[in-house]
Design a binder for this molecule. Sequence first.
Ligand code: F6R
Length: 241
Amino acid sequence: MRIIRAKNYEEMSRKAAAIIAAQVVSKPDCVLGLATGGTPVGTYKNLVEWYNNGDVDFSAVTSVNLDEYRSLPREHPESYWSFMHRNLFDHVNIDPARINLPDGNNMDAAAECARYDAVIEAVGGVDLQLLGIGHDGHIGFNEPSDAFDLGTHCVDLTEETIEANKRFFASRDEVPRQAYTMGTRTIMHARKVLMIVSGKDKAEIVKKAFFGPVTPQVPASILQMHKDFVLVADEDALSLI
Ligand code: F6R
């Protein structure tokens, strides 16, 4: 595990974007595992800027997103499909045929999860997986539990996650209660994992996940065992370690 310290959110975003850009420059046909949420917005902004400057070319990149709400229409502004298009895909030259997310509108959970695992396998696995972390230590929507989840699966969001995500919706009632998410095994099989964390409110979970025991009760803690895990965090997020 390597920790890269950034002064603030902006510097964290630039450093994370630089790592992703380096991946794309060194392997133009790489597979990027991408994340949504508040944290990666600045990272994507930098990538769009560097694409506009001619420094990064996404034409051969394949993307596989971590997760998607179940039952939220794809066109809903808070679907992860919409988020990714708004923040990154609509602004760079990625081939739409190479964009992959779980299909939250396929209500046959078993079929959708099997399809998504097959997609990830068919593209040869993930070269670089970008992650954020939830206050309870979730990665993707792998919530605290008694065992690490394996492949893509359907999850019931915890009360804490619903509470955290309500800021994106008009009301708490509108937050979907379920999601499809890549499993911990898929994340651990990524050849490189890059986590970005910002803010004092994440300091406690950063300490617990990366300086505490490895346990499925803190899903991100498994990353301590990944052979190429980079944590890019700002001073606030690192303030307790
Ligand atoms: C997003 C995802 C989640 C978020 C996490 C942190 O695709 O899978 O695990 O990374 O909930 O979210 P933010 O960045 O909003 O604090």
